[in-house]
Design a protein around this ligand. Sequence first.
Ligand code: ZN
Length: 507
Amino acid sequence: MTPVRLYDSFRREKVLFEPLEPGVVGMYVCGPTPYAPAHIGHAYSAIAFDTIRRSLRFLGYQVRYVRNITDVEDKIIKRGNETGEDPMALAARFAADYNRDMARFGVLPPDIEPKVSTHIAEIIALIERLIATGCAYQVDGDVNFEIAKFPAYGALSGMKLDELRAGERVEVDPRKRSPDDFALWKAAKPGEPAWGSPWGKGRPGWHIECSAMTHAHLGDTFDLHGGGKDLIFPHHENEIAQSRGAYGPRSFARYWLHNGFLNFKGEKMSKSLGNVVDCSQIADTVGGEALRLFCVSHHFRSPVDFDFEAIRDGDGHVTGARFHSLEAADKKLEYFYTTLKRIDDFIAQSGNTGDAGDGKVLPEADKLIPDARVALADDFNTPVAMAALHEAAALANRLLDEPKGIDKQVRRRTLARLARDLRAVGVALGVFAADPAVYLAERRARLVQRRGIDAAAVERLIADRAAARAAKDFARSDAIRGELTALGVALHDTPRGTEWSVLDTAS
Ligand SMILES: [Zn+2]
């Protein structure tokens, strides 16, 4: 396996990553609180950590990847009470939708997907331990964590408690020893799901849930903990206080990874503007893989501009969306899939398959895998890996277009090697897994839909043009081609007949 250097948000520097057990990585990522359809922010984080997991595998590590479902939480209960749906059923429904949506972005299912509702016993045991170590206290059926008993509090976020509340009016809660103390267990209220506990019926607080689930599946100490930057405070800070308060200062996550924020360029998506676009709409409009490619074209820690524009009807109601950043990514993806298809067709026509690994190839073709390895081992630098993919695809297209001066066998083997390695690096980034012909057909269908092209009319015109050509009526055949161009359609005459694609103009 390849040694990895990563930026640890706890130490605030790039460090050599040394897993507890060489070659084996235990990784926990805070998963969704499913109470509404997943939006782009959820997808961005899920893709970031899925890419890190895939990259570690590519670099030779075995990864045990735990991503939870927070199915007991205030927001779920609130939504359930608003809509009249049972909160547990509501959470289960949106969790299933979340996983379906993430799969469209190439996010692999976690190895373990613990749910709060099936870890209540572990949560209670952890709270009991915190009471025993003196970090937590019980007041009327509630249990709170006492921050004053954990002097290391604030080490991850750099927050100091007195700064925290500067200028803020704090409502005095007589049941808390300090306003900063946070709930581990909340006494049952009417209309809320509740479980029996030594402190009476109630339910866990959000933060303790993750501490208990990491412990259940990764033990006292594990390698990597991930989540969005917005979770650093208070969620991750509280997770550290709880876990270390219970299991000692050397326990819990050894390295912390946080993904950056998405900046909305153009329009800001917000519920109040009524223009929130959920994940399934993105995948339907531009294809899930375009979002994936967009994400891995940026470093997961950097803030990323997301260019989006809502389409509104005359009354100002949002009827759709233009995803400018994703349309650009979709075009890049078309280039890669077209390259792969050209190579696959070439290899198939040369009547030979499957010897990509053997024999002499052009030395430039052997760079891709090592270059991608170097990039990903350096804090999972996917943009640099993307650049290596671009270089390899450019080489492949050159070999396809200009065969002169290259030995036939070497050329064929080099192309086969490039296709194999483009796909291997694609696995690490979560792209290029589709059959190129299928991908290109689906992309065309999306463009046809987006631009309102009548596909049946296109097929009819192509048939008319074929008839005109057969009758040697070239004026007519040229006129039909002109008509198709005006419709936004490009023709490609191939040995298999005339194929068509949608021209890359503004949608
Ligand atoms: Zn968490």
